[in-house]
Design a protein. Sequence first.
Length: 189
Amino acid sequence: MEIDIFKHNDNWQDVKDSAMNTINKNTGKYPDSEWKRKLLMSEHSPIRRIKFYWRWSGIKSWVSVHMVRHKIGIEHWVSTQRPDRTDNQDKDRDKLPQGAPVNHACEANAQALINISRKRLCGCAATQTRLAWKAVKEKVAETEPELASCMVRECIYRGFCPEMFSCGYYKTDEYRKELEEYRHGINGN
Protein backbone atom coordinates (compact mmCIF):
# COMPACT_ATOMS: atom_id res chain seq x y z
CA MET A 1 0.00 0.00 0.00
CA GLU A 2 1.28 3.40 -0.87
CA ILE A 3 0.01 6.92 -1.28
CA ASP A 4 0.29 7.52 -5.00
CA ILE A 5 -1.65 10.79 -5.12
CA PHE A 6 -1.47 13.60 -2.58
CA LYS A 7 -2.82 17.12 -3.12
CA HIS A 8 -2.95 20.18 -0.91
CA ASN A 9 -3.11 23.88 -1.69
CA ASP A 10 -1.82 26.50 0.72
CA ASN A 11 -4.90 28.50 1.66
CA TRP A 12 -3.76 29.85 5.02
CA GLN A 13 -4.69 33.38 3.97
CA ASP A 14 -8.30 32.20 3.59
CA VAL A 15 -8.09 30.52 6.99
CA LYS A 16 -6.71 33.70 8.55
CA ASP A 17 -9.40 35.82 6.88
CA SER A 18 -12.10 33.49 8.24
CA ALA A 19 -10.61 33.69 11.72
CA MET A 20 -10.47 37.49 11.53
CA ASN A 21 -14.10 37.59 10.40
CA THR A 22 -15.12 35.86 13.64
CA ILE A 23 -13.78 38.88 15.55
CA ASN A 24 -15.36 41.41 13.19
CA LYS A 25 -12.20 42.20 11.23
CA ASN A 26 -11.73 41.90 7.50
CA THR A 27 -8.36 40.27 7.06
CA GLY A 28 -4.95 39.80 8.51
CA LYS A 29 -1.45 39.26 7.22
CA TYR A 30 -0.38 35.79 6.14
CA PRO A 31 0.01 33.76 9.34
CA ASP A 32 3.36 32.67 10.71
CA SER A 33 4.10 29.18 12.03
CA GLU A 34 3.30 30.11 15.63
CA TRP A 35 -0.15 31.48 14.70
CA LYS A 36 -0.90 28.38 12.60
CA ARG A 37 0.00 26.03 15.44
CA LYS A 38 -2.06 28.01 17.97
CA LEU A 39 -5.11 27.92 15.70
CA LEU A 40 -4.65 24.20 15.05
CA MET A 41 -4.18 23.40 18.73
CA SER A 42 -7.27 25.40 19.66
CA GLU A 43 -9.18 23.63 16.87
CA HIS A 44 -11.19 26.71 15.99
CA SER A 45 -13.58 26.31 13.05
CA PRO A 46 -11.45 28.02 10.34
CA ILE A 47 -9.10 25.00 10.30
CA ARG A 48 -11.86 23.14 8.48
CA ARG A 49 -10.96 25.22 5.40
CA ILE A 50 -7.60 23.41 5.13
CA LYS A 51 -8.16 20.46 2.78
CA PHE A 52 -6.18 17.48 1.57
CA TYR A 53 -6.79 14.82 -1.06
CA TRP A 54 -4.89 11.53 -1.26
CA ARG A 55 -5.18 8.01 -2.58
CA TRP A 56 -3.85 4.78 -1.15
CA SER A 57 -3.12 2.40 -3.99
CA GLY A 58 -3.49 -1.29 -3.17
CA ILE A 59 -4.61 -0.89 0.45
CA LYS A 60 -6.04 -4.04 2.01
CA SER A 61 -9.82 -4.08 1.98
CA TRP A 62 -10.04 -4.55 5.77
CA VAL A 63 -7.73 -1.54 6.35
CA SER A 64 -9.95 0.49 4.03
CA VAL A 65 -12.93 -0.55 6.17
CA HIS A 66 -11.18 0.88 9.25
CA MET A 67 -10.73 4.18 7.45
CA VAL A 68 -14.31 4.50 6.17
CA ARG A 69 -15.54 4.38 9.76
CA HIS A 70 -14.44 8.02 9.97
CA LYS A 71 -17.22 10.23 8.62
CA ILE A 72 -16.99 13.80 9.88
CA GLY A 73 -14.94 16.16 7.71
CA ILE A 74 -13.84 13.41 5.34
CA GLU A 75 -15.15 11.82 2.15
CA HIS A 76 -14.13 8.38 0.89
CA TRP A 77 -14.08 6.85 -2.59
CA VAL A 78 -13.17 3.16 -2.55
CA SER A 79 -12.69 1.13 -5.72
CA THR A 80 -15.36 -1.45 -6.39
CA GLN A 81 -14.90 -5.19 -6.34
CA ARG A 82 -17.83 -5.71 -8.70
CA PRO A 83 -16.75 -8.17 -11.39
CA ASP A 84 -18.83 -6.39 -14.06
CA ARG A 85 -16.87 -3.16 -13.40
CA THR A 86 -13.36 -4.60 -13.03
CA ASP A 87 -10.94 -6.88 -14.84
CA ASN A 88 -11.94 -9.62 -12.37
CA GLN A 89 -14.96 -10.90 -14.31
CA ASP A 90 -13.84 -14.46 -13.73
CA LYS A 91 -13.70 -14.04 -9.92
CA ASP A 92 -16.55 -14.58 -7.49
CA ARG A 93 -16.83 -11.38 -5.46
CA ASP A 94 -18.04 -13.36 -2.44
CA LYS A 95 -14.82 -15.34 -2.45
CA LEU A 96 -12.45 -12.35 -2.36
CA PRO A 97 -10.37 -12.29 0.84
CA GLN A 98 -10.43 -9.39 3.31
CA GLY A 99 -6.87 -8.70 2.27
CA ALA A 100 -7.84 -8.09 -1.37
CA PRO A 101 -6.34 -4.77 -2.50
CA VAL A 102 -8.52 -1.75 -3.19
CA ASN A 103 -7.75 1.85 -4.09
CA HIS A 104 -9.05 4.23 -1.46
CA ALA A 105 -9.17 7.98 -2.10
CA CYS A 106 -10.07 10.60 0.50
CA GLU A 107 -10.62 14.31 0.86
CA ALA A 108 -10.42 15.60 4.42
CA ASN A 109 -10.08 18.83 6.33
CA ALA A 110 -7.54 19.56 9.06
CA GLN A 111 -10.02 18.88 11.88
CA ALA A 112 -10.73 15.42 10.48
CA LEU A 113 -7.01 14.66 10.24
CA ILE A 114 -6.55 15.56 13.90
CA ASN A 115 -9.55 13.46 14.93
CA ILE A 116 -8.63 10.41 12.85
CA SER A 117 -5.05 10.49 14.13
CA ARG A 118 -6.27 10.06 17.69
CA LYS A 119 -7.61 6.59 16.85
CA ARG A 120 -5.44 5.42 13.96
CA LEU A 121 -2.05 6.31 15.49
CA CYS A 122 -2.96 4.59 18.76
CA GLY A 123 -0.97 1.50 19.71
CA CYS A 124 -4.28 -0.40 19.92
CA ALA A 125 -4.97 0.19 16.22
CA ALA A 126 -4.07 -2.60 13.81
CA THR A 127 -0.46 -2.29 12.65
CA GLN A 128 -1.35 -2.04 8.95
CA THR A 129 -3.98 0.62 9.66
CA ARG A 130 -1.51 2.59 11.77
CA LEU A 131 1.09 2.40 8.97
CA ALA A 132 -1.44 3.60 6.39
CA TRP A 133 -2.31 6.59 8.58
CA LYS A 134 1.36 7.35 9.36
CA ALA A 135 1.90 7.58 5.60
CA VAL A 136 -0.81 10.28 5.44
CA LYS A 137 0.77 12.14 8.36
CA GLU A 138 4.18 12.05 6.66
CA LYS A 139 2.70 13.55 3.49
CA VAL A 140 0.92 16.25 5.52
CA ALA A 141 4.22 17.08 7.28
CA GLU A 142 5.83 17.89 3.91
CA THR A 143 3.53 20.89 3.38
CA GLU A 144 1.95 21.57 6.78
CA PRO A 145 4.37 20.66 9.60
CA GLU A 146 2.28 22.56 12.14
CA LEU A 147 -0.73 20.38 11.36
CA ALA A 148 1.33 17.18 11.38
CA SER A 149 2.56 18.10 14.88
CA CYS A 150 -1.10 18.15 16.00
CA MET A 151 -1.88 14.76 14.46
CA VAL A 152 -1.21 12.61 17.52
CA ARG A 153 -2.53 9.47 19.17
CA GLU A 154 -5.31 9.72 21.78
CA CYS A 155 -3.09 9.45 24.87
CA ILE A 156 -0.96 12.37 23.68
CA TYR A 157 -4.02 14.42 22.70
CA ARG A 158 -5.73 13.90 26.07
CA GLY A 159 -2.65 13.58 28.28
CA PHE A 160 -3.75 10.14 29.48
CA CYS A 161 -4.89 6.84 28.00
CA PRO A 162 -8.69 6.42 27.90
CA GLU A 163 -8.63 2.95 26.30
CA MET A 164 -10.30 0.08 28.13
CA PHE A 165 -7.39 -2.18 27.18
CA SER A 166 -4.37 0.09 26.91
CA CYS A 167 -1.28 -0.68 24.86
CA GLY A 168 0.76 0.68 27.79
CA TYR A 169 2.53 3.41 25.80
CA TYR A 170 1.50 6.02 28.36
CA LYS A 171 3.80 4.31 30.89
CA THR A 172 6.96 4.87 28.83
CA ASP A 173 9.62 7.56 28.76
CA GLU A 174 8.95 7.94 25.04
CA TYR A 175 5.33 8.87 25.86
CA ARG A 176 6.44 11.59 28.27
CA LYS A 177 8.84 13.00 25.68
CA GLU A 178 6.20 12.97 22.92
CA LEU A 179 3.63 14.56 25.22
CA GLU A 180 6.06 17.37 26.09
CA GLU A 181 6.83 17.98 22.40
CA TYR A 182 3.12 18.08 21.59
CA ARG A 183 2.37 20.55 24.35
CA HIS A 184 5.21 22.89 23.37
CA GLY A 185 5.02 22.60 19.61
CA ILE A 186 7.49 21.85 16.92
CA ASN A 187 9.51 24.99 17.64
CA GLY A 188 8.93 25.19 21.39
CA ASN A 189 5.92 27.49 20.95
